[in-house]
Design a protein around this ligand. Structure first.
Ligand SMILES: Cc1cc2nc3c(=O)[nH]c(=O)nc-3n(C[C@H](O)[C@H](O)[C@H](O)COP(=O)(O)OP(=O)(O)OC[C@H]3O[C@@H](n4cnc5c(N)ncnc54)[C@H](O)[C@@H]3O)c2cc1C
Length: 301
């Protein structure tokens, strides 16, 4: 049987796309192997009516909403191949089963690479975060570290300044701030440490202090880091979708990529800003795009 749409990825983008397509009476399979980027965190913020919700609970509620629509199935499986097939697409899962779909929504999110600081994973999602709009409120007025090895260091410090004036920028040995930027930061009382970080010290993911290679130690109870992001899956590139210079998909306002029948939504589509509510909205737009195109195809044939 041909599906109307196969959705790759069951984060807020894919889940909201499934909801809208189910309500549009479309036959949909959503593939998800449940490894979202925010799995490390205990609470998600900034989604109206869901502020502070644990990510796992958010998914449970989404699955409950989708269960009301009989033409949508969530398959807890990994998609490993997506190829063009008789005007539509073929999807192979990790257990070797093939499915056919008229359209595809790519919503697999991003994989991220944290700054090269020993043990940083232990603190990520507990006291170190990547987005001040998501977690800045919880760190307000605290002694904050910005750990960034990239050109994002200056921007990050400037934005976080609204949540706390006690900021130390740690470049971890990289030369990522210009003289002018460093001067601007110092005029605002923001300090810069250019040494490599030897160790992050704290318990249960809660940062307490940072130890540098020159043995200096600074008390910091939380902060923000600048990860590097890549597409979680390479299906889009393999299908020939045009990509932006930032590594996201080139799409129109309804998630249509440059390849007919392929739509993109969520983090993987926009790269930044990355938020649950934005990803969910993107999923809704891609679903409307796919449903419109399927309707046009059928209505005039
Ligand atoms: C530490 C941290 C804290 C955050 N806090 C907040 C917050 O407080 N508020 C907020 O709004 N945002 C927060 N975010 C950002 C938010 O998590 C993302 O913007 C959002 O989850 C993106 O949704 P998505 O659907 O695009 O991707 P994801 O949520 O990453 O979901 C992608 C899904 O696709 C699945 N997948 C990937 N490849 C395949 C495949 N081949 N086959 C099947 N399934 C696949 C993955 O397993 C995953 O379940 C946070 C992010 C991080 C890292």
């Amino acid at each position: 049987m041909w599906l109307d749409c196969a959705i790759i990825g069951g984060g807020p983008a894919g889940l909201n796309a499934a909801l809208v397509l189910g309500r549009s009476r479309r036959h949909v399979l959503l593939f998800d192997h449940n490894r979202p980027r925010n799995a490390v965190t205990h609470e998600s913020h900034g989604f109206i009516t869901r502020d502070g919700i644990p990510p796992r609970r958010f998914r449970e509620l989404a699955h409950q909403d989708i269960a009301k629509y009989p033409t949508v199935t969530i398959k807890p499986d990994k998609a490993i191949e997506v190829t063009p097939y008789y005007g539509g697409f073929r999807i192979k899962t990790s257990n070797g089963v093939w499915f056919q779909a008229r359209t595809i929504i790519l919503a697999a999110g991003l994989k991220e690479f944290l700054p090269s600081v020993p043990g940083i994973q232990r603190f990520y999602g507990r006291s170190l975060f990547s987005c001040p709009y998501c977690d800045g409120w919880e760190l307000r007025d605290k002694p904050i570290a910005i750990i960034s090895e990239s050109a994002n260091a200056f921007h990050s410090a400037k934005i976080v300044y609204n949540w706390s004036k006690d900021i130390l920028v740690c470049t971890n040995g990289e030369n990522c701030l210009s003289e002018a930027q460093q001067g601007q930061l110092e005029r605002k009382g923001i300090r810069v440490n250019r040494h490599r970080i030897r160790e992050l010290v704290g318990e249960n993911g809660m940062l307490n202090r940072i130890r540098f290679e020159n043995n200096a130690e600074v008390k910091r109870t939380g902060g923000f880091i600048s990860p590097r992001w890549d597409q979680a899956v390479s299906f889009g590139e393999a299908l020939g979708c045009a990509m932006t210079s930032q590594g996201g998909f080139v799409t129109d306002a309804f998630g249509r990529t440059s390849v007919r029948g392929v739509y993109a939504a969520g983090d993987s589509s926009i790269i930044a800003p990355t938020q649950l509510i934005i990803a969910a909205g993107e999923g809704s737009k891609a679903a409307i795009g796919a449903n419109t195109d399927l309707t046009n195809e059928d209505f005039y044939n």
